[in-house]
Design a binder for this molecule. Structure first.
Ligand code: FES
Length: 260
């Protein structure tokens, strides 16, 4: 596929959004993916030309970040978090069950081109573990059964709603949004919920608030030590003292006893 003049103009426009045009390389590569389905050699050349850098430099970026794909993607990208917390909460099992159900391995696409499955690293949504993403929208607190239901509905072309986020579009459409071109769905669906808000709700109930900017704290205000000596005197050295006693050897103790 050849990148259209419209896409090239949008790539140039992305470059113009930054004081240094080359700062736009990341969104530019997402835009290339949204059009071509992956980062193609042509996409790399065009980005390099626009930014006045080498194709090797662009390629270095495209091969460093896992969100850039060098092989064509399916209509939907399904990511299963298998990082530590999600893994122990069921992520590993979900990934195994999806591989079997879809008959694909990691980073492979189903025969119908509908789903590319990938195990992904922590999505900073550990409070909803185990987490799955579809085109980077969150599906929280998943089970093997709920994950299979989601991919079946995606393959059937049904409308699927993220548990936190917007209605699922396609991976290419999501890539265009990540590139910086809004799709009007930004306010759709909840963006925070449950465990993420627990601390906030407790603070509200108890009337807790963060100190105002510039307010004195124990570190810099009343009660704070002015000198290193004062700081040492204020420090809680109880534990250190205990450890010193434990580490004292019997020989040392005997020696001290003999001195008396
Ligand atoms: S470990 Fe899965 S979101 Fe953090």
């Amino acid at each position: 596929m050849t990148l259209s003049d419209t896409t090239k103009a949008e790539l140039v426009e992305l470059g113009s959004r930054y004081p240094e045009a080359r700062s736009a390389l990341l969104p530019m590569l997402h835009l290339v993916q949204s059009v071509e389905g992956n980062v193609t050699n042509e996409g790399i050349e065009v980005c390099a030309d626009i930014l006045g850098i080498t194709a090797a430099e662009v390629s270095g970026v495209a091969t460093f970040y896992t969100m850039y794909k060098r092989r064509p993607m399916g209509r939907h990208h399904v990511g299963v978090c298998t990082n530590t917390l999600c893994a122990v909460m069921g992520g590993d099992l979900i990934f195994e069950r999806l591989k079997g159900h879809l008959d694909v391995g990691n980073d492979e696409t189903t025969d119908d081109g509908a789903v590319t499955l990938e195990h992904i690293e922590c999505n900073a949504a550990c409070d909803f573990a185990p987490v799955m993403t579809v085109n980077w929208e969150f599906f929280d607190n998943q089970t093997p059964e709920s994950a299979i239901e989601v991919v079946d509905r995606l393959r059937a072309g049904e409308t699927v709603q993220a548990t936190r986020g917007a209605t699922i579009t396609s991976w290419r459409e999501a890539e265009r949004v990540i590139a910086g071109f809004e799709d009007g769905l930004v306010d759709e669906g909840p963006t925070a919920a449950g465990a993420s808000l627990a601390g906030f709700e407790i603070a509200q109930e108890r009337g807790w608030a963060a100190p105002a900017f510039g307010a004195s704290t124990a570190a810099d205000g009343e009660g704070a030590a002015d000198t290193k000596l004062e700081a040492e005197q204020q420090a809680d050295t109880t534990r250190a003292g205990t450890e010193t006693l434990i580490e004292e050897s019997p020989a040392d103790t005997a020696e001290e006893g003999n001195d008396d």
